[in-house]
Design a protein around this ligand. Structure first.
Ligand code: HEC
Length: 154
């Protein structure tokens, strides 16, 4: 089923809002975090963000579509989303962390979110710009769904 244009347009607007509105923003606290486990998972999240920004810049026309760069960003998203369960398994804590305790009290739910993010990363189609446009929103939704449930509002 093809979605009508206005729905896809809304998806694009959503992407732009999210990335400029800071919903996926970095806390800016990473250099002040003292727990190495927390630092490591924040670094991985920031790597997710960098890779995602490359793709959303292409999608939003702020960067030219470049298949090689897009492929590289996709690969990094697959790798980094795949590391999420291992990075969070131990309940490392730090006063500057934005992780919610539900990650560990509802570990299977958290893992499930990580799994769907990895699957969305795998399903990113970076062969052409229209295909990227079609497959990127799902990736972004997967990031946000987990944040909504397991990351504190900042
Ligand atoms: C399975 C859950 C989950 C998924 C999926 C997820 N995140 Fe996160 N993310 C978190 C949690 C939890 C934190 C808070 C970690 C902390 O502060 O200790 C976080 C933090 C962040 C941060 C802030 C790091 C900092 O410097 O404080 C960014 C940026 C981020 N995520 C981006 C992303 C992007 C982009 C994606 C999708 C490609 C994504 N995340 C997918 C759970 C997730």
């Amino acid at each position: 089923m093809r979605r009508p244009d206005h729905v896809r347009g809304a998806g694009l607007v959503l992407v732009l809002l999210l990335l400029t509105g800071g919903v996926l923003a970095q806390s800016g606290q990473i250099s002040r975090v003292t727990d190495p486990g927390v630092q490591k998972r924040m670094m991985a999240m920031n790597a997710n963000n960098t890779a995602l920004a490359i793709l959303s810049d292409m999608m939003g026309g702020r960067a030219v579509f470049d298949r090689t760069r897009a492929r590289d960003a996709r690969r990094r998203l697959i790798y980094t989303t795949g590391r999420i369960p291992a990075l969070f398994r131990k309940a490392h804590s730090d006063p500057l962390s934005n992780a919610r305790p539900e990650i560990w009290s509802d570990w299977s739910g958290f893992r499930q979110q990580a799994k769907s993010a990895r699957s969305a990363a795998r399903k990113l189609d970076v062969s052409t710009l229209p295909r990227l446009r079609k497959t990127l929103p799902r990736m972004i939704h997967a990031c946000l769904a987990c944040h909504r449930a397991y990351r504190k509002d900042m």
